[in-house]
Design a protein around this ligand. Sequence first.
Ligand code: FNR
Length: 346
Amino acid sequence: PDLSTIQGIPDFDAAARNYMNVSAYTYYRNGAAGEWSYRNNLESFGRVRWRPRVFVDIMDVESTLPTKILGYNYSVPFFIAPAARAGYANPEGEKSLVRAAEAENVLYVTSFFSSIPMDEIIAAKTNGSNSTFHSFQQLYVDNNDTVVQQRLDRIAAAGQKAIFLTVDSAANGVRTRANRYQVGSADDSLTLFTWARYRKIANMTSLPVVPKGIQSVEDAKLAVENGAPAIYLSNHGGRQLDFSPSPFEVALEIYNEAPEIFKQIEVYADGGVRYGTDVLKMLALGVRAVGIGRPFMYANCYGVDGVRKAMQTLRNEVLNDAGNLGVPNVQNVSSSVLDLKYMATN
Ligand code: FNR
């Protein structure tokens, strides 16, 4: 369909389903096994109602959208999560993702399993590796330190500013849906990872190394104890372990049991974020910025224009929702706007 007919983020899924060949679409869409976690990522936001406030001065809310992520400035508190094989949606692959991100000043995180090499993706930015638009790199590791060191050095040399080390993929995900179409599962990998190894890897580079895929308050605390500069709550879009909790539920667990973590380090989260209200619910718990995976991959069927439209759509929703909620400052959403009693009973 014409891009002008797209009204919201979920519309990109429907458009991609029509446009892409069935194997490629299925690779993006797939969740692990029976896909309970995939569905729960989307649905857990629905268990929390708002407590909107009225007569709040929201005139300056737009000026509060820009967000610092690890010290770098971006226009909004959401970003492109690392997702493999952008070439399935568009022959330009990751180039249109990074160009759209640069045009909108939205953080772009390159997947380890990108369709085109990292250096070519960075070269697609205005001024290439000297660009003032900063992107981050996702990384998988195995137990070969020589290879890990080479990868870390290449990432730093390419100009990426931080590393998101994926830790939720100690084994392959059960990709039943994708296997039916023989599309494999190139975004998962064997990761040998203990906290001692995390410290070792973090010491092998000058870049910040952020564990991506934290799924419990215990591991969030261990990440802080082991010197992580930030943590990234994720269940890999429900693609690894079925019945893993949604990142919104994990954020809630941290909020209830160790809320100080949100002050000690930056916390990011992704999984099922499709609406402005989803973004604001995460921020209200203390999350700094939220990642979005599938929707931007689907939007890439339309190239730069589609990805930019997805970003603009979500940005506008966040602004309108904040206004109707009576939130004057998106950087500082009070958790009192959340009604958590349904969450507890579901
Ligand atoms: C992913 N994800 C992912 N994560 C990662 O660390 N490295 C990777 O290579 C990939 N690849 C990948 C491919 C595809 C097609 C998808 C859908 C996802 C997970 C991704 O970073 C993110 O955690 C989820 O996509 C977030 O969930 P939503 O927004 O897709 O619901």
